[in-house]
Ligand binder design. Structure first.
Ligand code: MEV
Length: 315
């Protein structure tokens, strides 16, 4: 009996969520402090393929749940690897990425499943499906979660690098010239990306000119942020986050709790903060100088965040 393990990180969008669905650029980074992992073990002959996620009480058989996201990730990976017969495998998913929190938990679970299948097939390196193939499969599964994903979540968790992302174009990994710290705080409020993205779509249909203008503004902020990150101008990032959050408010994807925690982070010394992901709950991020990280983290936790982790971007 052999066992294979594969992992994928969480992610946060630094700048550009929602506008990225409408082909404006966005920046996202992997967050390795939270991970999805999959253990794949051979089962007895004839046992078939089962995927279990005990933390959320899910258990699906590949043959019976062909359109379930967990099963779809495995089925598409098997197809890509050229395996036709259902294998006798037990796949177990574990993840400490907050679910429905804007940190890419669905994409990370799919990526870890696909990677575990490819690794377990023991194809020679030259015949292993590429990262691009993993990304394509994870994107297909993302479409089950919400009908119109931009592709940024799957891209950043699969490539595990900071990316500059424009829908429909190859992702551009980029360099962080000077390290900086983020505090990532969880409101504890689950938010459905599908529901928020479709609300924004309805509002865009009602006021296309107004929304396009907001998306343009967000795209320009993402461009300025990329320049700042690549040139080491870390001080520019706080004001850019504040400005991005102002525009996200105009899209009506923020909430009272997010606003309160963002204000708490800034009052405690963050240079700027914003929601990250779809909004209406989920996580917020704050860019913070290293000596203020603990103060901001503690302020967020005593202000009602259910979790606050610190990550350093750039080496
Ligand atoms: C979700 O993490 C980010 C959104 O921009 C949706 C998407 O890009 O598909 C809200």
């Amino acid at each position: 009996m052999t066992t294979t393990t594969a992992t994928a990180p969480g992610k946060v969008i630094l700048f550009g969520e929602h506008a990225v669905v409408y082909a404006r650029p966005a920046i996202a980074v992997p967050v390795a402090k939270v991970q999805a992992s999959v253990t794949l073990t051979d089962g007895p002959p004839g046992s078939g393929c089962t995927i279990a996620a005990p933390d959320i009480g899910a258990r699906v058989r590949l043959s019976a749940h062909r359109e379930d996201p967990l099963a779809l990730a495995v089925r598409l990976a098997l197809e890509e690897a050229g395996i036709q017969a259902e294998p006798d495998w037990q796949l177990t998913v574990r993840s400490d990425i907050p679910i429905a929190g804007g940190m890419g938990s669905g994409a990370a679970v799919s990526a870890a499943l696909v990677k575990s299948v490819f690794a377990h097939t023991e194809l020679p390196a030259s015949a292993q499906p590429s990262a691009e193939a993993v990304n394509r499969i994870v994107y297909a599964v993302e479409k089950l979660h919400h009908a119109n994903p931009s592709g940024i979540d799957n891209t950043v968790v699969v490539y595990q690098q900071p990316v500059w992302f424009v829908r429909g174009q190859p992702p551009q990994p980029f360099n962080i010239a000077r390290p900086f710290h983020l505090v990532i705080a969880d409101t504890g409020i689950a938010s459905s990306t599908a529901a928020v993205v479709s609300d924004v779509r309805r509002a865009w249909q009602d006021d296309t000119v107004g929304y396009e203008k907001i998306f343009d503004g967000i795209g320009q902020i993402a461009g300025a942020a990329r320049q700042a990150i690549q040139s080491g101008d870390v001080n520019a990032l706080g004001p850019l986050m504040r400005e991005n959050q102002r525009l996200l408010r105009q899209l009506d994807v923020s909430t009272e709790m997010l606003e309160r925690l963002i204000a708490t982070a800034e009052e405690a010394g963050a240079a700027g903060a914003k929601l990250s992901g779809a909004g209406r709950g989920g996580n917020l991020i704050a860019v913070v100088e290293s000596e203020k990280v603990v103060t901001v983290q503690e302020a967020l936790l005593s202000g009602g965040a259910v979790g606050a982790l610190v990550t350093r971007l750039g080496s």
